[in-house]
Write a protein that binds this ligand. Structure first.
Ligand code: PMP
Length: 422
């Protein structure tokens, strides 16, 4: 694939022309939320300007146009992750998708659906590195069913401990869930090995693909995961929209999470019958203009070519890592020489992450500070917060270098050694 033409890409993103206190904005917070190109903004604008209506309901022309736009968007986004359109459920984001899976499994288990049976003695396995969105729903599911929640450990260099995984994942395992790419470590986890381990024991696999779908080519059926989730706002798309992928036979066997309009065939005062997937999981008024925007984002990324996107990310990831490794007083989380995206979280010895973030902001550099919704992972490394820089298709080498130069000054600025002069 041809390398990304970053200058041309940047011209598509109006917000990148903004400045912060007179300094050009260096946006290094794309893992929290990405920016939208003109093409996505225009697609949303065109939809709300000319085609906005409630979908799957009205008899009128506008409703039909809106429904077509909504379902076309589903087909485009499904294809982007290798799926068929009936395997893609619209959600409001990854968090909702993960809660949907956990709640629906609990309901299925309570109804005695064998594939989703969970009870005392069964195990749900996740990892120490998860975003809270991929931890709390499983804590809830374990509590509700009496199953035990177990955690794959993270090695000192940030990789998942696969030896431990082989020992933990076993005949009691009913479900394994983990992030494809961690939002703090940035490492691409070995999906194939973990899926093979889980499937050897007939366990379901749920993949949190929030940080992978935006940055590398991802094909859920090829990965053979049973369920997967992602968010639009990290994918050059709008917020309040996301996708839930499921294998067709599993979605068909799973009861709905939210109940209400748009998901039924027949309702009496006592009972209700539900539509097949994906509509069964889309109760209420759908995020229509957001879905249209997300489809435009998928097309934009397709045109760039996801292999080229990953090459760009891997390049920036290596540049971030190399740069940070060379700085005194910096401790990187997830230092492994493993496949990674353009993301690095680190601790500056003696300086609170919030101070680091404020210092960088004074230079026009936007990063994320805190625990990044991964408190157990920070605890595992004996710290409470880090500073995280993350890149995307519009990030330049020069921005990464500007960031590294500013980080090199932090300790000196706060009166500690190893500062700018080092
Ligand atoms: N999982 C991971 C790995 C994430 O990075 C995020 C977002 N930070 C989420 C889940 C939750 O996504 P959302 O807030 O879009 O629902």
């Amino acid at each position: 694939a041809a390398p990304l033409d970053v200058d041309r890409i940047r011209a598509d993103f109006p917000i990148l022309g903004e400045s912060v206190d007179g300094r050009p904005l260096a946006y290094l917070d794309s893992a929290a939320t990405s920016q939208r190109p003109r093409q996505v903004i225009d697609a949303e604008l065109e939809f709300v300007t000319r085609r906005n209506a409630a979908v799957h309901r009205g008899a009128h022309t506008l409703a039909a146009l809106a429904t077509d736009a909504f379902e076309d968007a589903r087909a485009i986004v499904a294809r982007f992750v290798g799926a068929d359109e009936e395997q893609l459920v619209w959600t409001h984001g990854a968090t909702e998708g993960l809660n949907l899976i956990a709640h629906s499994i609990e309901d299925a288990s309570a109804q005695g659906v064998e594939r989703f049976r969970l009870g005392p003695g069964d195990e749900i396995v996740t990892t120490e590195a998860e975003h809270h969105a991929n931890l709390l729903p499983w804590q809830w599911l374990a509590r509700r069913t009496g199953a035990t929640l177990r955690h794959l450990p993270v090695l000192d260099d940030g990789r998942l401990d696969l030896d431990a995984a082989a020992a933990i994942i076993g005949p009691r395992t009913r479900l394994l869930t983990f992030a494809h790419v961690g939002n703090v470590l940035g490492i691409v986890n070995p999906v194939a090995e973990l899926v093979a381990l889980a499937h050897r024991h007939d366990a379901l696999v749920v993949l949190d693909a929030c940080q992978s779908v935006p940055h590398l080519p991802v094909d859920f059926p090829a990965l053979d995961v049973d369920f997967a989730v992602f968010s639009g706002h990290k994918l050059l798309g709008p917020n309040a929209v996301g996708g839930l992928y499921g294998k067709a036979e599993l979605l068909d066997a799973l009861p709905p999470f939210l109940l209400g309009g748009s998901m039924i065939t027949t309702v009496t005062l006592e009972t209700a019958e539900f539509l097949p997937a994906p509509q069964r999981f889309e109760a209420g008024t759908q995020p229509v203009s957001q879905a249209v925007g997300l489809a435009a984002a998928a097309q934009y990324l397709d045109a760039l070519d996801m292999d080229a996107v990953f090459a760009h990310e891997a390049h920036l990831g290596a540049r971030l890592l190399d740069g940070l490794r060379g700085l005194p007083g910096i401790r990187l989380l997830g230092d492994a020489d493993a496949p990674r995206v353009g993301l690095a979280a680190f601790d500056v010895e003696g300086v609170h992450a919030h101070d680091v973030g404020q210092f960088l902001d004074s230079r026009g550099i936007a990063v994320r500070v805190g625990h990044h919704c991964a408190q157990p992972l920070h605890r595992r490394f004996g710290i409470t917060s880090t500073t995280r820089a993350s890149s995307y298709v519009y990030t330049t080498d020069a921005e990464v270098d500007r960031f590294l130069e500013a980080v090199a000054e932090v300790r000196g600025f706060f009166g500690l050694g190893g500062g700018a002069a080092a």
